[in-house]
Design a protein around this ligand. Structure first.
Ligand SMILES: Cc1cc2nc3c(=O)[nH]c(=O)nc-3n(C[C@H](O)[C@H](O)[C@H](O)COP(=O)(O)OP(=O)(O)OC[C@H]3O[C@@H](n4cnc5c(N)ncnc54)[C@H](O)[C@@H]3O)c2cc1C
Length: 504
């Protein structure tokens, strides 16, 4: 059985680890748009420290693969940075999984794959951006399972893949135009592409709609995504839509500059704390805009099971409330528009609660971004060198557009899982799934879609719901591997047409 996994993030790699261990006839191809595995996590660099310890970041299947090949498993109690997580766990995991390509020793469980016996069982294709998934010759409108038509299960999947040229990878990869090719012959596909990508960022304006002029500023400043312009001081205004590595690679975008940060999630808190940690090497001023009213944007949980998360929230709230923070913006919009105000002399943070971005514009030299925002019934304008928009992400719906993925109208995640999460959220009295630590994978049935053997796992399975945690994805990976193992087992006894694992 051939399985395509799209996305070599922690969940895609965990699916691979589970599948390779599950059945000797399963062969796995992983497609990753980055030039190395785990491009999204790698992009966090030093700036993001995971708030979960490694005991929640290293799945049983990952640990088993590492141990099986004599590699160390990262310290269970440590909370790694993005870079450490990649270097200590995800890269060694890929090396460990390559051991499945060694010729079988003849021992129990090492039987050669029944189909394509000489082909490697595990391959990672980096710089491979998957743009679309198809199912044989079937069109979207054909072979609808609800009509009792089972033809889809018998058709192999194919992927439309675009090469990402070597000078770029990670977020922004979609902007690069390499050659396209088809990859064919997959019995199952797992979409583990996450949502973390500048191209998937929510709009800054009211109701998630882009602010006036936002798309134009975005287009004019491209490709100023995290990691771009890393080697030189930024020549002009910068707009980030993923977390910049302010402590490392992207430091120049912040040193001595005026910064506007928009968002009130953990990503925004992480960046705010990092900017403060830069001290005298950091921005000359930071204006932090949050949507909700209230001076302290982060609700702290009583006895938070994740102490690093609680510490992050406490530090972020303290920054917002710092008594010595003077206003960082010129409240007189007309003066600010005339360009004679705003850049304050002293380093400071200022926080504006209940703020909605209304309009973005560039000054003539593209050296600064003019951010117009509404708060307390008035409009204000700030001119800044660097704007960081961390207001959440939406899933890329293009990938599975030709399949029968059946998505939820509220979250844009796969319907069965979304319905189960909404139900759990409603019974907890919340609107977005509650605290992420209370999340659990609600069973294999919720991972099925109307498209047989097509699965959406990991952060993308939660789509716009931000409560996803790695440990939920690890459980999803285990459940899907069980389904496909049963399928592979049945095929090896009865032939390929026998089973339809994954049909809902
Ligand atoms: C800043 C931040 C901090 C977080 N901290 C924690 C934490 O402490 N603990 C925790 O449990 N969870 C945390 N999360 C939530 C979640 O666990 C992570 O987002 C995690 O990286 C999700 O893993 P994933 O494999 O589903 O997606 P990702 O890590 O996003 O991986 C997806 C991969 O797919 C690739 N890709 C995307 N599109 C394509 C395509 N079309 N073709 C080919 N490849 C593609 C990407 O380059 C990427 O490598 C955090 C999230 C963020 C954003």
């Amino acid at each position: 059985m051939r399985v395509a996994i799209i996305g070599a993030g922690p969940i895609g790699l965990d699916v691979a680890a589970n599948l390779l261990a599950a059945h000797p006839s399963i062969r796995v191809d992983v497609f990753e748009r980055g030039l190395t595995v785990a491009a999204s996590v790698r992009e966090w660099g030093e700036c993001v420290t995971l708030f979960t310890p490694n005991e929640l970041n290293v799945s049983p299947a990952m640990a088993a693969a590492l141990e099986r090949t004599g590699r160390p498993v990262a310290d269970a109690r440590a909370c790694p940075t993005g870079r450490e997580y990649v270097e200590q766990t995800l890269e060694p995991l890929v090396d460990a999984l390559c051991s499945y390509n060694a010729p079988p020793s003849g021992g129990a469980g090492d039987a050669a794959p029944a189909d394509g016996a000489s082909a490697p069982r595990f391959r990672v294709h980096v710089g491979a951006l998957v743009e679309s998934i198809g199912r044989g010759r079937l069109r979207k409108t054909e072979a609808v399972a609800a009509d009792g038509d089972a033809r889809r299960a018998a058709e192999p999947f194919h992927l439309l893949v675009r090469d990402v040229p070597p000078h770029d990878g990670g977020a922004g990869a979609r902007a690069r135009r390499g050659a396209q090719r088809y990859e064919r012959g997959f019995d199952a596909v797992v979409d583990a592409t996450g949502t973390y990508d500048a191209e998937n960022a929510n709009g800054l304006g009211e109701g998630g709609v882009p602010a006036l002029g936002e798309a134009d500023v975005d287009a004019a400043l491209r490709p100023s995504v995290a990691g771009a312009n890393a080697e030189h001081a930024p020549p002009r205004a910068q707009l980030f839509r993923t977390i910049p590595d302010a402590l490392g690679r992207d430091r120049a975008a912040f040193a001595g500059r005026t910064v506007c940060l928009v968002g009130a999630g953990y990503s925004a808190a992480t960046l705010a704390v990092a900017l403060d940690a830069l001290g005298a090497d950091g921005p000359s001023s930071v204006l932090w805009l949050t949507r909700a009213d209230g001076a302290a944007p982060y609700e702290r949980l009583a006895a938070d099971p994740l102490p690093s998360r609680d510490a992050l929230c406490a530090r972020a709230n303290a920054l917002c409330n710092r008594a010595d923070a003077p206003a960082a913006v010129e409240p007189d919009a007309k003066r600010a528009k005339a360009g004679d105000a705003v850049a304050p002399a002293a380093r400071h943070f200022a926080h504006e609660a209940g703020a909605t971005v209304v309009q973005l514009a560039l000054d003539g030299a593209r050296a600064q971004i003019e951010v117009t925002y509404a708060t307390g019934g008035a409009e204000r304008v700030a001119r800044v060198d660097t704007l960081v928009a961390l207001v959440g992400y939406r899933p890329d719906l293009q990938l599975a557009r030709e399949l029968h993925a059946h998505l939820c109208y509220a979250s844009e995640g796969p319907m069965k899982l979304a319905a189960s999460l909404l139900k759990a959220s409603a019974s907890a009295g919340g609107t977005s799934g509650g605290d992420c630590m209370s999340q659990a994978a609600p069973g294999a049935g919720t991972l099925l879609t109307p498209e047989p053997r097509f699965f959406v796992l990991g952060a993308k399975s939660y789509a716009r719901n931000p409560a996803f945690l790695l440990r939920v994805g690890f459980e999803q990976a285990r459940l899907v591997a069980e389904l496909l193992r049963a399928d592979a087992d049945a095929r090896s006894h009865e032939g390929p047409a026998a089973v339809v694992a994954g049909a809902q």
